[in-house]
Design a protein around this ligand. Structure first.
Ligand code: SF4
Ligand code: SF4
Length: 404
């Protein structure tokens, strides 16, 4: 664990690091077994790129829980990094996390958060639109600290990063740098789940970001490109965090065929350039499973067999590749990748609040698709896009208090 870090001294250290950045050598990722503070547990640590933070390879995405006891249990088991966002449960997830961590020594855990406030995101094209307001963005970022009841977070993420222009958007880059200079975050990162290879490379090229958090799992069909981009970023000293590691959690919409999530997470961690993962965790069994897999990352033959299910006909039920190939085929130019992400949150993760927020971001209207007798989209994953849109569209008009 690092020495006690106050906002003032990490600000000073950060400035020194900036001053010396031209000669800084990226820390090469490595992993090893160590005794955790909890007796009897073994945890694998990797170094989060040039931040130098040594971190367990399993961290926790908190977006799927409202239970502070689960956070406390994760801490006891040796989890150090908790990833939340203003986006989750409309800020209530940050409040819950702040409450759970209240009184815990600030240098014994890491917090990551993000906001979309002030960002006008063109999800379809992966760009920021005119009207994006850095001042509003910073106000929301301050709100994150307030809800979390902390003076600073460890990692602040620019979410939904996609095209290179998005990542390099100067007013937001400047706002993020200001936030860091004010001592409100130790490190800056991007979060990406569309156009990921482009976003990852761009983040590594900006010289502003230290961290990339990317969707990464065994079902992605652009793994060659993804791995090359991750290797590139890691070689530039970026810390790499994997999200969406459970690839939808179920193979089917009816939730009769769960994905072997332990195998899925092991698969991700077999890439040593993935320094940590933030699987969404909603119960104690899942937490124990996530933590325990660190003892042996080798995939068993049965686990490999389970993951090969991705090649059967039923695999294309929930998990959308976010490839965007459908958009130009649709006469209404619907933001189908975002709609399909909402579908996955609803049917795979059963996180209806998050699904509804995502659906709102896609701007899907009740009358969309009504002009098409048959869907004109040939989805690369084999989805019946029109049918899925009809299913998920019903969530649009459900009052929020039914979902909370
Ligand atoms: S719906 Fe199909 S074509 Fe469209 S982004 Fe998803 S996988 Fe790609
Ligand atoms: S039915 Fe298919 S092609 Fe027609 S608007 Fe809907 S998604 Fe687009």
């Amino acid at each position: 664990m690092e020495t006690k870090q106050t906002r003032r001294n990490f600000l000073r250290n950060g400035l020194l690091a900036v001053a010396g950045s031209s000669i800084a050598t990226p820390v090469v990722a490595g992993s090893r077994f160590e005794n955790n503070e909890s007796p009897g547990e073994k945890i694998v640590y990797r170094t989060l790129g040039k931040t130098g933070i040594k971190i367990p390879i399993v961290s926790m995405g908190t977006g799927n829980t409202d239970n502070p006891a689960l956070i406390k249990s994760a801490l006891e088991k040796g989890v150090k990094l908790f990833a939340t966002s203003e986006y989750y449960q409309n800020g209530n997830n940050e409040k819950m996390l702040g409450k759970a961590l209240k009184g815990v020594p600030r240098d014994s855990f890491y917090i990551q958060t993000s906001t979309n406030g002030g960002l006008k995101i063109d999800y379809k094209n992966g760009l920021l639109k005119p009207g994006t307001d850095p001042d509003v963005y910073l106000k929301h970022a301050d709100g994150c600290l307030k809800r979390l009841q902390v003076e600073y977070v460890d990692i602040f993420i620019l979410g939904f990063a996609a095209r290179r222009e998005y990542v390099f958007y100067d007013p937001i880059l400047k706002a993020l740098q200001k936030f860091k200079q004010q001592g409100k975050t130790r490190y800056l990162g991007i979060g990406t789940h569309s156009f990921e290879p482009e976003a990852i490379r761009a983040a590594a090229d900006t010289g502003v970001f230290d961290i990339v958090m990317t969707a990464y799992n065994f079902r992605k069909n652009n793994l060659k490109e993804m791995n090359a981009a991750i290797d590139y970023a890691a070689s530039k000293g970026m810390g790499i965090i994997a999200m969406k590691t459970m690839a939808g959690a179920y193979w089917d919409k009816e939730r009769t065929r769960p994905i072997n999530t332990k195998a899925a997470l092991k698969w991700v961690l077999n890439n040593e350039n993935i320094h940590t993962t933030v699987p969404d965790c909603s119960n104690f069994d899942q937490l124990s499973q996530d933590v325990s897999l660190m003892a042996d990352l080798k995939l068993t033959e049965d686990e490999k067999k389970d993951l090969k299910l991705s090649h059967d006909g039923l695999s294309a039920d929930i998990y959308c590749q976010q490839c965007g190939d459908c958009i130009s085929q649709c006469p209404e130019s619907l933001d189908i990748p975002t709609i399909m992400r909402s579908y996955m949150y609803a049917y795979g993760y059963k996180n209806l609040t998050h699904a509804q927020q995502t659906l709102e971001a896609s701007n899907l209207q009740q009358n969309n698709c009504s002009e098409c007798a048959a869907c004109q989209v040939e989805c690369t994953a084999g989805f019946d896009v029109k049918k899925k849109i009809a299913d998920i569209k019903r969530l649009r008009d459900v009052p929020q208090d039914f979902l909370a």
